[in-house]
Design a protein. Structure first.
Length: 292
């Protein structure tokens, strides 16, 4: 592995300053970064460890019912947090899908985001819940939607002197539900060939008031299936409607063919996973007409 200087700041401001050292990389969990450095896929002269910064590892309830998750909080702490498990179960569930138990004990939510892998399991549920990213840099703080962070595989909109500090989850509306499903060749320790995150909200008459569908591993970034969402709006959930939404989502996907699966295979997976995730939401919402 290449030589580097190790920094252990005690505040977010100090971490930002360390990032300005030149060819600096953030070390949150290191489960992606360390292998990348060993294999020469990334270069770093400085590593900035975030684990000693209390606010970056904390999970805090905010006024109004929102929750702030520190970017360096481990996936295990997120999966086991009572409020996240109760109000954002799809996020808790997706945290349990990443790697092994040992990886989850070290890996961070911020790292899963900033690694910018199209297959990142934690990202679709965050976008479904309209999570926002808090970012600190030399010029101050800014905030943006998590779904807007990605430029392409391995690339985000963060500047070299910027640091993701927290992910803000807004309070979930009543009569809403979310689910994330993926397909992997193996049950554990594998990367999704395709994934579908779904968020569904019903009005008082049981019609779809709002919907969000986010696809993984079928494009250069996590992607919204806007046409499939639009097909659901105002409709009473039914098996036929959910199948049609899955078909439309598959048509919106942009998969490639590789050694893990063909583009056509991935489109079929999107159709099935989207339909199943929508059906699971309907089960949670007791929308009987759509329960398979």
């Amino acid at each position: 592995m290449q030589d580097f200087e190790y920094h252990r700041p005690k505040s977010a401001a100090a971490a930002v300053e360390a990032l300005c050292s030149g060819e600096a990389r953030v070390l949150a969990g290191g489960t992606d970064l360390i292998p990348q450095l060993r294999e020469g896929r990334r270069l770093a002269r400085h590593l900035v460890d975030l684990k000693r910064i209390p606010e970056l590892t904390a999970i805090v309830a905010l006024p109004g019912g929102a929750i702030s998750i520190g970017a360096a909080a481990t996936l295990t702490s997120i999966a086991q947090h009572p409020s996240i498990a109760a109000h954002y179960p799809s996020i808790a569930q997706s945290a349990r899908l990443v790697g092994s138990l040992q990886v989850q004990n070290r890996a961070s939510l911020g790292g899963n985001i900033c690694n910018a892998a199209p297959s990142a399991d934690a990202v679709p549920p965050l976008i479904c819940h309209e999570a926002r990213a808090t970012i600190a840099g030399r010029s101050g703080q800014r905030e943006m939607a998590v779904g807007e962070l990605f430029r392409g595989p391995g690339r985000t909109l963060l500047e070299a002197d910027e640091l993701l500090t927290a992910i803000i989850l807004p309070p979930p509306p009543t009569r809403s539900a979310a689910r994330y499903l993926r397909f992997t060749p193996r049950r554990e320790m594998d990367i999704a060939i395709a994934g579908a995150g779904v968020w569904l909200s019903l009005d008082t008459r049981g019609s779809v008031a709002a919907a969000r569908i986010v696809l993984a591993s079928v494009g250069p970034t996590p992607m919204r299936a806007h046409a499939a969402e639009a097909a659901l709006l105002g409709e009473q959930p039914s098996k036929a409607l959910l199948i049609e939404a899955g078909r439309i989502a598959a048509g919106e996907s942009q998969p490639i063919s590789d050694t893990r699966g063909s583009a056509d295979y991935r489109r079929e997976l999107v159709s099935v996973l989207t339909k199943r995730a929508l059906s699971d939401c309907c089960v949670q919402l007791k929308a009987e007409g759509a329960i398979a």
